[in-house]
Design a protein around this ligand. Structure first.
Ligand SMILES: [Zn+2]
Length: 235
């Protein structure tokens, strides 16, 4: 019986290692995706600010063009005024230039507002960009490190799993089956060694008749406390 248990103890050692590594990298993919999300949000922020600046610059060019057009119109009308004799027509043209001049002032006000908005957005964009370079860009390095760590862990688990396959080939088939079945509902360790009436896994007291069976080691004995396979400490 002890000879049948020994290979399982070796397999168990690997299972514990595999489980520890898997636990340590379990959170890595989520961590990587969280950091990626932060980077994406910041990149989008910069993109939106730059887009906004472009739109405002386009609007300001439109206003500038409108102002020039009005100025030209006013100039033409004022030249015409000299050659007009009809008072009615004179007044009509004067009203027209008055309206145009008022319109020009309105447009110039809008232009000033847009220019101010452009300045504010440019400043925001610059600050966001600076923050991106100092705070966010280093995160890309962090992701690379985490991905490396993740790959190394996966390679290590793969190599341990291969070692486990080799050990499983030489283990007693029936014992291995029982061990595997317990594995499916239990985290390793599955086998607990004990040298007293105390469970080596959870430190609960084992009934004396159970401990006697463990010492006799003729059959697989499960601990009543934690359902681990109890074996006498192998020295
Ligand atoms: Zn126990």
């Amino acid at each position: 019986m002890i000879e049948k248990i020994k290979p399982l103890l070796e397999i168990q050692k690997l299972d514990i290692q595999i489980s520890e590594i898997e636990n340590s990298y379990k959170k890595l993919p989520e961590k990587i995706s969280d950091i990626n999300q932060i980077i994406n949000i910041e990149e989008k922020k910069i993109e939106n600010l730059n887009q906004k600046v472009s739109e405002l610059e386009l609007a300001s060019k439109g206003y500038e063009k409108d102002v020039i057009e009005i100025e030209e119109k006013v100039k033409l009308i004022e030249e015409k005024l000299f050659s007009i004799s009809s008072t009615k027509e004179f007044e009509a043209l004067q009203k027209e230039t008055g309206d145009l001049k008022r319109k020009k002032i309105e447009i110039e006000d809008s232009l000033i507002k847009v220019m101010e908005e452009i300045e504010t957005n440019k400043e925001d964009s610059k600050k966001t960009q600076e923050n991106f370079e100092s705070e966010i860009l280093p995160m890309k390095g962090q992701i690379e490190e985490l991905e490396l760590e993740l790959n190394e862990s996966r390679t290590e688990v793969e190599s341990l799993s291969n070692q486990r396959l080799d050990l499983a080939k030489n283990a007693d088939k029936d014992f291995l089956k029982i061990y595997e079945r317990l594995c499916s509902s239990n985290k390793p360790p599955i086998i607990s060694e004990t040298n007293s009436e105390i469970c080596g896994h959870c430190n609960m007291k084992i009934p004396p008749q159970t401990y006697i069976k463990v010492l006799q080691s003729k059959e697989i004995v499960l601990a009543p406390c934690c359902k681990k396979i109890l074996v006498a400490k192998i020295t």
